[in-house]
Design a protein around this ligand. Structure first.
Ligand SMILES: [Fe+2]
Ligand SMILES: [Fe+2]
Length: 414
């Protein structure tokens, strides 16, 4: 298994463990390439914030790393399939042609096919690919929101059945009907379709005008209205409500809690998570650790269904296998196995001393569970100080219930 290090720690002579791909699937540098001086400089200049997987044969020989390659491939494949189908919708809207029932019907195929693929290839964690350049943000975002929603939906199937039966006026809604999550997939994929005509806003860091703000505020309605008659009513409802928060602070209608459909509550989490971890012209990406913390116990914990959020947190692993973590005592540990119950406390091996020097071979065999070791918490990863994970900062309790949307980021997250 490779070592996952921040781009700033790359040195000439290091070997890429896998290809560096552009968001469109173009290979920028192939896996197995030994980096030279100019490539290291180029990567550090162009992509200073990414983490890179480099080979480490010495560690590989000694340590039995958890193999997460299946989960990573599934995430990438599912998200790409949906992103590609969104390309067609996108082109249609760019040409200012209205969507027809035929266009939308054509989306059912890829959605069903991808759902079948996910059923046949179950995963227990969501390992989203690191995107180098999201030149078509909304397409990629659609793929990621779809994948995350499907994964969360699959993890809470029984909860979905119970919630749909509770929420429906039909007293004995059939189990088969309740278990059908196709509308969730369609709604997740199309939730931001109303933003497609506003895609230019994603490529500028100019402050939003009043008109822009209004258009963003209206995108859930505009999106739902773009969908033709006869389209899944449930999926349309998801599009219309995907910015409503669990505590009633969302938009456009400030609906709350149990009145929100279970599918809306799922998409809300997937959408917010992906928006926050994506890099934009107008904001830096937040780390997976930061976003997961903000959504579970930080400033925004009230915005999301707590039951779903708890399950979602178990699906996200902010520290990938091979991640080089700085511990509280200054030494560096490497993640060897995920902890599905508490993703902030994975199983590690301490592999480097406080100066970054590799420890002798005989010291590299002991796998430690950070969950069992209060003294060994993670201080930083990829240059980010993680003390907020352990701090007593309770300022989040005073987050106003509702604030005006001033940036695109605030519109999408939380
Ligand atoms: Fe949205
Ligand atoms: Fe979104």
């Amino acid at each position: 298994m490779p070592l996952v290090i921040p781009c700033s720690e790359l040195r000439p002579g290091m070997c890429l463990a896998e290809a560096l791909m552009s968001s469109r699937g173009r290979v920028l540098l192939s896996g197995g390439r030994v980096l030279d001086h100019s490539e290291v400089n180029l990567l550090q200049r162009k992509y200073p914030d990414i983490t890179v997987r480099v080979t480490d044969p010495a560690l590989d020989e000694l340590i039995d790393f958890e193999d997460d390659s299946h989960d990573r491939t599934v995430a990438q494949t599912a998200a790409r399939k949906i992103s590609r189908s969104m390309e067609k919708v996108d082109k249609r809207i760019c040409r200012h042609t209205a969507l027809t029932a035929v266009d939308i019907k054509a989306l059912h195929g890829p959605v069903r096919e991808t759902m079948k693929y996910l059923e046949e290839n179950p995963v227990s964690i969501a390992l989203m690919p690191d995107s180098l350049d999201r030149d078509h943000y909304l397409r990629e975002h659609s793929g990621n929101v779809f994948f995350l929603s499907m994964l969360l939906g699959a993890a809470v199937r029984e909860h979905i059945v119970a919630e749909r039966q509770r929420q429906t006026a039909v007293p004995e809604l059939s189990r088969r009907f309740s278990l059908n999550i196709t509308p969730l997939g369609l709604g997740a994929m199309l939730c931001d379709i109303g933003m497609l005509p506003l895609e230019h806003l994603f490529t500028t860091d100019e402050p939003l005008t009043e008109d822009d703000q209004k258009a963003i505020h209206d995108h859930p309605h505009v999106g739902a209205d773009m969908l033709p008659e006869g389209f899944s009513a449930l999926a349309k409802m998801i599009v219309r409500t995907h910015h409503e928060n669990f505590n009633g602070s969302g938009y456009p209608k400030r609906m709350n809690g149990d009145s929100l459909h279970i599918f809306t509550r799922i998409v809300r989490i997937a959408d917010a998570y992906d928006a926050a971890t994506a890099k934009h012209v107008y904001k830096e990406a937040k780390s997976a650790a930061r976003v997961l913390w903000e959504m579970t116990c930080g400033p925004y914990y009230r915005f999301f269904d707590p039951v779903l959020m708890k399950v979602f947190a178990g699906l996200i692993q902010p520290f990938p296998i091979g991640a080089k973590l700085r511990l509280a005592d200054g030494r560096y540990a490497v993640v060897v196995r995920y902890n599905r119950k508490n993703p902030f406390l994975p199983n590690v091996i301490i592999a480097f001393d406080a100066k970054g020097e590799r420890l002798p071979k005989e010291d590299l065999r002991l796998v430690l569970s950070l969950e069992d070791r209060n003294d060994l918490y993670v201080r930083s990863f990829a240059g980010e100080d993680l003390s907020y994970l352990y701090g007593a900062d309770t300022s989040y309790r005073f987050v106003p219930a509702r604030k005006e949307i001033n940036t695109l980021f605030e519109a999408a997250y939380p």
